[in-house]
Ligand binder design. Structure first.
Ligand code: GMT
Length: 381
């Protein structure tokens, strides 16, 4: 099949999922066309089955806001026609599903019928999409997609609660290519980061408010009062400066390393002992799954789709949002005993294996096939 994928190309779960999915589809013989404003960060290997089409929005001084949706829908129309694309898969409803729908309608004028799959990722529903400014457009885009998928049961439930959805939502969980990970802790070069007796605790995100970065720092502060530890903060975002300031106030700057954005997540997770994810809300928690496949247990909040991934007392522990004392206690339970830590590491890895891309990819291929077969049918509800 020839598939056009629209996503955000930046560091962030939805872009990562879309990119990894595209790469896997290409490996299965499909032809994949990424349409977005920059080459996706994880799209390193361009093969003859992977194409990238950049959306340019020409600056026009008369416009206060440059119309990205317009440029995207036009680019989609051109790309779909030029490459004879069979199907459009948009990741993140805003504004991708909206622009995709416009492209679909423009193409229909020329008797070209393209099914559109929309995958909901989280903040497009829970934070941004539910805002009254966007809600009618998001509701419309969801209801007018040919197939809608969400990355967790929890996100499906939230979507049905927030929007007047007339369509079925299929849950297809996020995934990981487990073959890419050769987790052997001997060649992780952990000595570059910490002393032998120090535990390495890691947080990876785009450091936005929803990630509750001060909780990460406070939990770490309490952990290092009891055991020797280092904190590695990976990512860039608006909460970074506050976090650096908090570390200074707490007197732990020498124990916290801010690495910024990194393309070496696997190397970092390879030498990590524990992953912290105290988010306010999280539709899935791909970062937790990436930690788990690298044998890193997870201390997280019990919110959104996280409990579908992080299993209480098995792969880590879950606490109420903001309960830093409980998170600290749980972290210490895992870290203070090597045997327990080893057990949690193994459990995390085993659980992550069930999310292998080879288990999830056929679910997408299946809905692609069904949507393609029904492409001439009008969406009606
Ligand atoms: O969480 C982020 O900061 C990025 C965001 C995104 O839209 O890229 O992630 C969302 O999608 C990921 C992939 O499906 C999920 O794993 C994240 O849980 C979800 N983030 C939130 O719901 C806050």
């Amino acid at each position: 099949m020839k598939i056009a994928i629209v996503c955000y190309p930046t560091f962030g779960g939805s872009g990562v999922v879309a990119t990894e999915l595209g790469i896997a589809l290409a490996n299965r013989g499909h032809e994949v066309h990424f349409v977005t404003y920059r080459q996706p960060v994880r799209l390193e290997l361009l093969s003859n089955r992977i194409h990238f089409h950049e959306v340019n929005v020409p600056e026009y001084p008369l416009f206060k806001y440059q119309p990205y949706e317009l440029a995207l829908s036009s680019k989609l129309v051109d790309t779909i026609k030029l490459y004879d694309i069979d199907l459009l898969h948009v990741h993140y409803a805003i504004p991708h599903a909206y622009a995709g729908y416009m492209a679909k309608k423009m193409l229909e004028e020329e008797n070209i019928f393209i099914p559109m799959i929309t995958t909901l990722h989280g903040t497009d529903i829970t934070l941004v999409g539910s805002h009254p400014f966007y809600k009618p457009a998001v509701t419309f885009s969801i209801n007018n997609s040919d197939v809608v998928t969400s990355v967790s049961q929890s996100l499906k439930k939230q979507t049905l609660e927030i929007f007047d959805v007339k369509k079925d939502i299929e849950v297809i969980p996020n995934f990981i290519d487990t073959k890419k990970y050769h987790s052997s802790f001997t060649d992780c070069q952990r000595s570059l980061m910490a002393e032998d007796d120090e535990k390495i605790i890691t947080h990876i995100s785009n450091l936005r408010k929803v990630k509750r970065i001060p909780d990460v720092i406070k939990v770490f502060y309490k952990i290092q009062e009891k055991i020797s530890a280092k904190l590695i903060m990976v990512g860039e975002g608006p909460e970074k400066e506050n976090a650096e300031r908090l570390c200074r106030t707490l007197g732990i700057t020498d124990k916290v390393v801010f690495l910024g954005n990194s393309n070496e997540i696997d190397r970092i997770l390879c030498f990590s002992d524990l992953f912290l994810l105290p988010s306010e809300t999280e539709s899935f928690g791909l970062a937790a799954l990436e930690a788990m496949v690298n044998k890193v247990p997870v201390i997280s909040s019990n919110t959104g789709g996280i409990p579908e991934v992080n299993k209480q007392g098995i792969t880590g522990y879950l606490s109420e949002v903001g309960d830093i004392n409980d998170m600290t206690e749980n972290a210490l339970k895992i870290l203070s005993d090597e045997k327990t830590l080893e057990k949690f590491k193994e459990n995390a890895y085993k659980t992550a294996l069930s999310y292998d891309i080879m288990n999830i990819l056929p679910l997408y291929e299946d809905i692609y096939q069904k949507a393609y077969e029904q492409r001439f049918k009008k969406v009606d509800y």
